[in-house]
Design a protein around this ligand. Sequence first.
Ligand code: GLU
Length: 333
Amino acid sequence: MELDVAGIEQAVATGAPPSDSRINALLAEAFAHASKHSEGTVAHYIPILSRADPEAFGLCIADVSGGLHELGDTRRQFSIQSISKAFVFALVCEAIGHERALEIVGVNNTGLAFNSVVAIELNDGHPMNPMVNAGALATTALVPGRTADEQWEAVREGLSLFAGRDLRMDDEVYESESHTNLRNRAIAQLLASYDRIERDPLDVVDVYTRQCSLSVDARDLAAMAATLADGGVNPVTGERVVSATVCRDTLAVLAASGLYEASGEWLFDIGLPGKSGVSGGLITVAPGKVGIGSYAPRLDLAGNSVQGQIATAYLSRAMGLNIFASGSHFRSE
Ligand code: GLU
């Protein structure tokens, strides 16, 4: 329904993150706590992902004043995979605006798997939301550019601005995924049959596969998350990447659907917008405070990094980041 709030200005609640030394201490505690867990398995449906080191674990916090706090394998490179969906959606929102993103891509959960074809059929061909593959493909199709190459360059440059460094594609991951992405090709062609994609659907799959193959490390993810926490300005480079409104919209989508079918449980436990990917990366955004990036490739049954979730849950509680948590106003008087 229409909520009739168009002319009402967005006020922003503030609240300072803890001091640097406190963040470092809590990061060490969260890392040690999550390190005790070895449940889960690395993804293998994209062949090259099964070669990941299951023991790798890196955890990084980027605060909105530009500080970086890191521990473990934060320099280990991996492919960004589904986490790219969050940032490509932000870039597309910036290009086409809130209303059109809502109408064309949508923001509701499908209740079905991230790569579901059935979800498209059940919803009259609508892709439903940008964090499932149908919506992500529909979003990538909307990236400005005359050709697929121009679109790809726009994605690469945009995500590089979020990270604050020049990101490159991992060719091996791209090759591996290009040979096995039959399902994504089917989804794109199904969307095109419903006129939901106006470009060549296989070109769209190619740009999407490239965006998923961008190589990042946990520090990059923390900086990208911190940019969403900082109203669209990268706190390390000081460069504006998207508007504060686009950040707000993107974070709403991440809160609702960032952790596959476990998004509700994630929000219940952690209370923050986040996005995970099958290679084991995870971003979490505490608006106005910090971005958290982690890499730990062992995944739970929903496809989310086990150690990443545990470390983030620890930090959310210990740092007081849960956006739904409040204390009594009267208690402090
Ligand atoms: N490139 C992967 C796919 O489209 C991304 C999956 C994911 O990280 O969820 O299947």
